[in-house]
Design a protein around this ligand. Structure first.
Ligand SMILES: [Zn+2]
Ligand SMILES: [Zn+2]
Length: 184
């Protein structure tokens, strides 16, 4: 999928409805445009779904942050907006790969096929899940010791795995991180 070019602009009319809260976006108000590919267009044409800036801070914080970085106009209450964005990003699930502790003992390791014990540190990677008609992205879990071989089999590298784990892992203690990197 091509990288979407989200945008921010001053609403030219009051006709758009915010896709986050379903209320109208007033004319003259700053609005966030979420660029989406028209599913039924063969040429990959795109259009915008509009959001109030403050709504987008909560529902699409990463996308809004990117658009704000490129926007050169005035943004009212910018500090409060940036704070709302950072708070919303902190609540999002971390990107893959990351490590966390298994909340149950039900997941099986994508590498060795054995169960991952409840409470054990595990590595989570993006995985294509085949649902028959469609393939969706989901999480695949691995024992730390099984992770590198699996990622390399999928075309990744050991360096990408460890760099990703360092950047994306939250909520593990220093000791748990040390144990993780000793095994990965
Ligand atoms: Zn809204
Ligand atoms: Zn394993």
């Amino acid at each position: 999928m091509p990288r979407m070019a989200h945008t921010i602009e001053i609403a030219k009319s009051g006709r758009a409805t915010c896709r986050s809260c379903r209320k109208p976006v007033a004319k003259g108000e700053l609005r966030f445009g979420e660029e989406t590919v028209n599913q039924f267009a063969e040429d990959g044409a795109t259009s915008f779904r509009w959001h109030h800036i403050t709504c987008a801070a909560g529902t699409m914080p990463n996308e809004l942050k990117g658009a704000l970085a490129a926007y050169e106009g005035e943004v009212p209450e910018r500090e409060a907006l940036d704070r709302a964005i950072e708070e919303a990003i902190a609540k999002l699930p971390p990107p893959f790969p990351h490590a966390d502790k298994a909340p149950t003992g039900r997941a099986r390791c994508q590498g060795c096929g054995e169960a991952i014990a409840k409470g054990a540190v595990r590595v989570a990677v993006a995985r294509d899940i085949d649902r028959g008609m469609t393939v969706t992205k989901g999480a695949g879990y691995l024992h730390p010791a099984c992770a590198a071989a699996y990622v390399e089999e999928q075309g990744g590298t050991h360096e990408e795995l460890t760099a990703g784990l360092r950047a994306n892992t939250r909520d593990l203690s220093e000791a748990e991180l040390d144990a993780l990197f000793a095994e990965v």
